[in-house]
Design a binder for this molecule. Structure first.
Ligand code: SAM
Ligand code: SF4
Length: 352
């Protein structure tokens, strides 16, 4: 059992000092008040979902956004059209569960046509991928991140609290077959619930060119069924993976690495990643902002930093000044560990 630190791998906090790509002609390079380059927008298209994941949504009692408050596809595209010249180049469509919003492929095609947009990814729970992957690819989607917290049918139903016949392997394969790679599979690790599947998930990377990423459970959303005791630090996950063979730290998949640190198990085409929002914060290299389904710009996933873009959008006021003001207030780091948060919105509501 060995972990070899390769020279090319970057620790999350070190990425802030990595050489940066040059902005295409006609695009600005946007920086926040701490000099972080901002080029990545996560777009939530709905706060609703067909799952009720045990760490995300309560079974009952969610207060859904009124339909009139939710940005239309035309409005979302207009936001991107105005912000792309300021330096946004990468988009991720998320939610809630984005694939339950009708005609999602239409939005993908509209975003694809915006000059300056280089990469469009989707975050999904995967349930509808077998039905939609080809359509989304044809519309211009580049790649998919899929969530899966178990490979066992009974446990999937328990963690998602809905029985939708979800088969993670079938869904990931459908996305790969449609050309939506590199496929990333996100697993929220919960002690005593699914941590006995860490090795099973990691072994998928020996058989498939997939990138399985283990995420630390975060104290946001509906945590009634969970406590701090369910959090599994990613150092523990890495130690477990190291026992599977020769494990090398790698640069990870070519596109969209974000905050993950990647490892490769010798002999496999895929990789294993860990994302550690609690134990190794990656705020220093944060390059992203979020658009909520009701048109608010959030500059940090956690906390309460939001700027309303919907009002200027619907009244014909240019968005650039609001966007710049939001970036000027982007916090240096989140406050999850200090537990100064309280009343955090679920990730499903803010486009996690
Ligand atoms: N519905 C899509 C999905 O599940 O991939 C997209 C939205 S979901 C809010 C985005 C990601 O946030 C998922 O990978 C999910 O597992 C993760 N997530 C939600 N609540 C979380 C929590 N309390 N701790 C860690 N990850 C969480
Ligand atoms: Fe839905 Fe994604 Fe939240 Fe699960 S994590 S309830 S799939 S939004």
């Amino acid at each position: 059992m060995t972990i070899i630190e390769s020279g090319t791998a970057a620790a999350p906090d070190a990425r802030a000092s990595a050489p940066e790509p040059v902005a295409p002609q006609g695009q600005e390079t946007l920086r926040d008040q701490y000099g972080r380059r901002i080029e990545y927008l996560r777009i939530s298209v709905t706060d609703r979902c067909n799952f009720r994941c045990v760490y995300c949504m309560p079974l009952e009692g969610m207060a859904w956004l009124p339909k009139a408050d939710i940005l239309s596809y035309e409005e979302i595209t207009e936001v991107v059209r105005q912000l792309a010249p300021l330096g946004l180049r990468r988009l991720r469509i998320t939610g809630g569960e984005p694939t339950i919003r009708p005609e999602l492929a239409r939005l993908v095609a509209m975003l694809r046509a915006v000059p300056g947009v280089e990469d469009i990814a989707l975050s999904t729970n995967g349930v509808r991928l077998p039905a939609l992957a080809e359509l989304l690819r044809a519309a211009g989607l580049d790649r998919v991140n899929m969530s899966a917290d178990s490979l066992r049918p009974d446990r999937i139903v328990w963690t998602a609290r809905r029985d939708l016949n979800f088969d993670p392997i079938r869904s990931a394969q459908a996305a790969e077959n449609a050309g939506l790679g590199p496929i990333k599979i996100n697993v929220v690790v919960m002690r005593g619930i699914n941590d006995d599947e860490i090795e099973d998930f990691a072994r998928l990377t020996l058989a498939h060119p997939w990138h399985v990423r283990f995420i630390e459970l975060m104290p946001v959303g509906d945590m009634r069924a969970l406590t701090w005791d369910h959090v599994v630090p990613t150092d523990e996950v890495v130690a477990r993976i190291a026992a599977l063979g020769d494990v090398t730290e790698t640069a990870g998949p070519a596109r969209g690495n974000g905050p993950a640190v990647y490892y490769r198990i010798a002999g496999g085409p895929g990789s294993v990643g860990v994302i550690s929002p609690l134990t190794h914060t990656y705020c220093a290299s944060c390059n992203r902002v979020r658009l909520t389904a009701d048109g608010r710009l959030r500059t940090c996933l956690f906390g309460d930093h939001e700027v309303d873009l919907r009002t200027p959008l619907r009244t014909g006021v240019p968005l650039g000044p609001s966007f710049r003001a939001a970036l000027a207030a982007k916090p240096l780091e989140h406050e999850l560990l200090q537990m100064r948060v309280g009343g955090l919105r679920a990730l499903s509501q803010v486009g996690g």
